[in-house]
Ligand binder design. Structure first.
Ligand SMILES: Cc1ncc(COP(=O)(O)O)c(C=O)c1O
Length: 461
C-alpha cells in the first residue's frame, strides 16, 4: 500500500468510526449469532495473493461487525461496562502508526517519560502520594500477578533463584477477583496456599477472620506474605475495610496489594477519595483506566511504594540490552515480565487532557447517580429487590421469583439486543448485574432498560 492509498483508506476508516459512534444505539448490543458461525463463514486458509483493501473493508462490515458484541454501546451494562472515548481512540490510532517499543528509556524516551507523567497525574487525581511509583501493564490480572511476585520477593528473596519453598500463604476475600488466585497459581504459590476470607453481610472481607487465619497459619509454620484487599469487588462492587486490613498486614509484615481495578476510578471524584482510605499503607495498588476511566482497552495502572523490590524480583538484563546508567532513564523492562511494551500512555494522556479532572469526575458522578436512582426504582417495585449495596455504579438486583425466573429474565433482556446485562450468585441465589460505565450512557438509556426489564419480567412465558 502506498502512502496515498493509505491516506484515502484511513479517511474511509475514520468516517466509518465516526458513523459507528454516532449510530451505535442502532446496533444490537449482543450479536444474534451461533458459536462457530464466523469461523465457518471465513476462508479456512489465508490468501496466497494479497487482496484489495476495498474488499477487506467490505468483509469487515459484512462478516466481522455482525459478530461483534458492542462494548462501546451505551446500553452495554454487563460485567464492568467500559468505554473507548473519542480522545482515547485518537490516542490509540496514533500509537498504532508510531509502533514504538518502550522496553528501555533509550528504545523510546517519549513512551517511557509520558508513562511516568500520566501515571503521576492519575496518582494525584486519586489522592495517592508521590511515594507511589507507577507502571502500565496490559490488565489488572497481570498487575496483580506482579504485586504477588514482589510480595514473594520481599518475604523470601531466595525464591527467585531457588524456587518456592511451599510455606508462603496469601489472603484475599471469597469475593475477590479470580486473577488473585490465578496469580498465586502462576507464581507457584499453590492454590492450597491462597486463603479465602469470608465476607460480611455487605460482601466485605471480615478483617477479624483475616487475623485469625493469618495467626493460625503462622502457628502452623507458614509465612503469611501477601494480603489482597478489593475496592469494588467484581460481583457487587463492595469495598473491603482497607484500614483494618492494612493494620493486620503490617502486624504480620505482609505485603498489602489493593485491587481497585474498577472502584479506584471513583477516587478521582474529590468527595469520593475516602474510598481509598488506608491505601497509603499498601505496598501496591492497581486501577484500570480501561474500566471506568474512558480509556480504550487495554491499560492497567499499577502503583507501588516498593519499586526497588519489584525491580529486584524481575530485573535480568542481557548484555545486548545494557545501557548507560542514568538515574532519570527509567527502563520499564526491569519492572516486569514483558520486554516489549506498547505506547499505552498516549491514549491516557489524550483522555486526561481532553476531559480534565472535572470532566472525568462529572462522568463518574453521573454514573453513580444513575445507579442510585435505578436502585431506588427497583426498591419501590414490589416485583423486584436490590440484592447488594450500591456504593458505585453497579446495581445488583433480583426479580422476586426463582433462580430459573431470573435466568430466563436475563436471557430475554439480552436476546432483545437493546441491552446487555450480566449475572452473579449472591448468598447462593441468582442476581442480575447492571453496571454503568460508558461515557455516552444517559439517564434515558437507564430508564429505557428499566422499562425493558419490567416488561420482560411481566411478559415472561
Ligand atoms: C475487581 C477486579 N479485579 C481485576 C479484574 C481483572 O481485570 P483485567 O481484565 O484487567 O485483568 C476485574 C475484572 O473485571 C475486576 O473486576
Amino acid at each position: 500500500m502506498n502512502n496515498e492509498e493509505f491516506r484515502s483508506y484511513a479517511h474511509q476508516v475514520v468516517d466509518w468510526m465516526a458513523d459507528y459512534l454516532e449510530n451505535i444505539r442502532d446496533y444490537p448490543v449482543l450479536p444474534d449469532i451461533q458459536p462457530g458461525a464466523l469461523v465457518d463463514r471465513l476462508p479456512a486458509a489465508a490468501p496466497e495473493q494479497g487482496e484489495r483493501m476495498d474488499e477487506i473493508l467490505k468483509d469487515f462490515e459484512r462478516s466481522i461487525v455482525p459478530a461483534l458484541t458492542h462494548w462501546n454501546h451505551p446500553r452495554f451494562l454487563a460485567y464492568f461496562a467500559i468505554s473507548g472515548s473519542h480522545p482515547g481512540i485518537l490516542g490509540e490510532m496514533l500509537s498504532g502508526v508510531l509502533n514504538v517499543n518502550g522496553m528501555l528509556w533509550k528504545s523510546c524516551p517519549a513512551l517511557t517519560e509520558l508513562e511516568q507523567v500520566t501515571l503521576s497525574w492519575l496518582r494525584q487525581w486519586m489522592g495517592l502520594g508521590p511515594e507511589f511509583f507507577g507502571i502500565i501493564y496490559d490488565t489488572a490480572s497481570i498487575a496483580t500477578m506482579h504485586a504477588i511476585a514482589a510480595a514473594r520477593e520481599m518475604a523470601d528473596p531466595e525464591a527467585r533463584t531457588r524456587g518456592n519453598s511451599g510455606h508462603l500463604t496469601m489472603y484475599t476475600s471469597e469475593h475477590s477477583h479470580s486473577s488473585i488466585e490465578k496469580g498465586g497459581i502462576t507464581l507457584g504459590i499453590g492454590q492450597d496456599n491462597v486463603r479465602k476470607i469470608p465476607v460480611d453481610g455487605a460482601f466485605r472481607m471480615q478483617a477479624g477472620v483475616l487475623r485469625e487465619m493469618m495467626t493460625a497459619d503462622r502457628h502452623a509454620g507458614k509465612k503469611p506474605f501477601c494480603v489482597v484487599a478489593t475496592v469494588g469487588t467484581t460481583s457487587t462492587s463492595s469495598i473491603d475495610p482497607v484500614p483494618a486490613i492494612a493494620a493486620i498486614a503490617e502486624e504480620f509484615g505482609a505485603w498489602l496489594h489493593i485491587d481497585a481495578a474498577y472502584g479506584g476510578a471513583a477516587a478521582v471524584v474529590p468527595e469520593l477519595r475516602y474510598i481509598l482510605d488506608g491505601a497509603e499503607r499498601a505496598q501496591s495498588l492497581v486501577v484500570n483506566p480501561h474500566k471506568w476511566l474512558f480509556t480504550p482497552i487495554d491499560l492497567s495502572a499499577f502503583y507501588t511504594t516498593r519499586p526497588d523490590i519489584l525491580r529486584r524480583a524481575f530485573s535480568l538484563v542481557p548484555e545486548y540490552l545494557k545501557t548507560a546508567e542514568d538515574p532519570r532513564a527509567l527502563n520499564y523492562m526491569d519492572y516486569g515480565v514483558q520486554l516489549g511494551r506498547r505506547f499505552r500512555a498516549l491514549k491516557l494522556w489524550f483522555v486526561m487532557r481532553h476531559y480534565g479532572h472535572e470532566g472525568i469526575a462529572e462522568m463518574i458522578r453521573s454514573h453513580i447517580t444513575y445507579a442510585q436512582k435505578l436502585a431506588g426504582l427497583i426498591r419501590s417495585d414490589p416485583d423486584f429487590e436490590v440484592a447488594a449495596p450500591t456504593p458505585f455504579s453497579l446495581v445488583c438486583f433480583r426479580y422476586r421469583g426463582s433462580d430459573e425466573d431470573n435466568k430466563a429474565l436475563l436471557d430475554k433482556i439480552n436476546a432483545s439486543g437493546r441491552a446487555f446485562l450480566s449475572h452473579t450468585v449472591l448468598n447462593g441465589r441468582h442476581a442480575l448485574r447492571l453496571a454503568i460505565g460508558n461515557f455516552a450512557t444517559t439517564w434515558e438509556d437507564i430508564e429505557e432498560v428499566w422499562e425493558l426489564i419490567k416488561q420482560s419480567a411481566r411478559n415472561a412465558p
